[in-house]
Ligand binder design. Structure first.
Ligand code: QUE
Length: 336
């Protein structure tokens, strides 16, 4: 028998969850999502469970995101019900974590992207080590910031949320604390002792005693430029602002943006504008509506997953191929 992909246990005062698909960087499949929903239901009203501890197996990843390869296959097969189940149930777990009512302690000691961020961001504490690497890379596969991050990203300082969502910029552990994505920086070597203290005490406040000041953020030198450029009202305005900066960093951001799905960039920016004025449930509803259109009715998602995760050729053929050709009425129509 193979090991379960989600290992749930009761230890001391904690409910513990280990994401256990290390070969897939613990990417979330539907079975794992259903086991999350089960654990949340079991532990929410169990007074013996004072907190939950969430970790990733294998030493490399917390969780690389949703199993978008499987979603792509369902989309190609025209299986709308399977795609709907995946996203609706994933977003219900994100909301269940937000409303869990007790600390949900994420120990992020490796790669954490997309869906992985959705499992950590709506509750806390969110602990990162020096090995944590967080990103919202969805524009590379023509998705958009989902799992409730359309609620979170517009609330980060300055224009950090737009920058992260559009470029897929990777943040190191310390960066995440400065950006507000994580709450505590704890070096990897202290995580086993932190975990033991959480289990033994059932008190999430013990995290404070293990945390260290995070190193200076790697994005500090670009922070002003991020706010100047990524606060622009359209993706083309963002690119024009980056070109006016004249720095190597800004030129690199333009190169990155030009590789992403043009449609996805426009959808993502619009989604974050709307998300700024919605509560979490409103954001999740907006995201769920968008997944239907983006996954089934637009060719870029299949092409993006093909290029990044299936063929790994790094040369997606987007339609339309450039930002200049995006029809903004068509983007607005995707939100209806
Ligand atoms: C954008 C994404 C994802 C991604 C890469 C992107 C994503 C995701 C994975 C992923 C990575 C490794 C795996 C796996 C999935 O990569 O959501 O199964 O083994 O899950 O550029 O959104």
């Amino acid at each position: 028998m193979s090991e379960p992909s989600l290992i749930l246990a009761r230890e001391g005062h904690a409910g513990t969850i280990l994401m256990n698909r290390p070969k897939a960087l613990n990417a979330l499949d539907l079975a794992m999502i259903r086991d999350f929903a089960h654990a949340i239901g079991q532990w929410r009203n169990n007074p013996e469970v004072k907190l939950v501890i969430l970790e990733g197996a294998g030493g490399k990843a917390f969780c690389a995101g949703g199993d978008v390869r499987a979603v792509r296959e369902a989309a190609i097969a025209g299986d709308r019900a399977a795609v709907e189940a995946f996203f609706a149930e994933e977003y219900a777990v994100n909301e269940g974590i937000a409303r869990f009512g007790k600390p949900w302690v994420s120990l992020i000691d490796g790669i954490c992207m997309g869906g992985g961020i959705g499992l950590a961001i709506h509750n806390g504490p969110r602990v990162v080590s020096e090995h944590a690497l967080l990103a919202m890379p969805e524009t590379a596969i023509a998705l958009f910031p989902d799992v409730g991050t359309s609620h979170v990203l517009p609330r980060l300082p300055g224009a950090l949320g737009n920058w992260l969502a559009l470029t897929g910029a990777r943040l190191k552990g310390g960066d995440c604390v400065h950006a507000g994505l994580a709450t505590h920086y704890v070096p990897r070597e202290r995580l086993p002792a932190l975990r033991a203290a959480l289990v033994e005490t059932g008190d999430a406040a013990v995290v404070e005693g293990f945390a260290e000041p995070p190193p200076e953020p790697s994005f500090a030198p670009h922070r002003a430029a991020i706010d100047r450029c990524f606060s622009q009202p359209s993706v083309l305005d963002i690119i024009a602002a980056l070109e006016r900066e004249g720095s190597d960093w800004a030129a690199e951001q333009v190169k990155v943006l030009r590789r992403m799905s043009p449609t996805s960039l426009c959808v993502s920016l619009e989604l974050l504008k709307r998300g700024a004025a919605l509560d979490l449930r409103g954001c999740l509803d907006e995201e769920l509506k968008l997944t239907r259109v983006v996954v089934h009715d637009h060719p870029d998602f299949r092409e993006g997953v093909r290029s990044v995760l299936v063929d790994k050729d790094g040369s997606p053929r987007w339609s339309p191929p450039t930002l200049e050709e995006v029809d903004h009425a068509a983007i607005r129509a995707m939100f209806r």
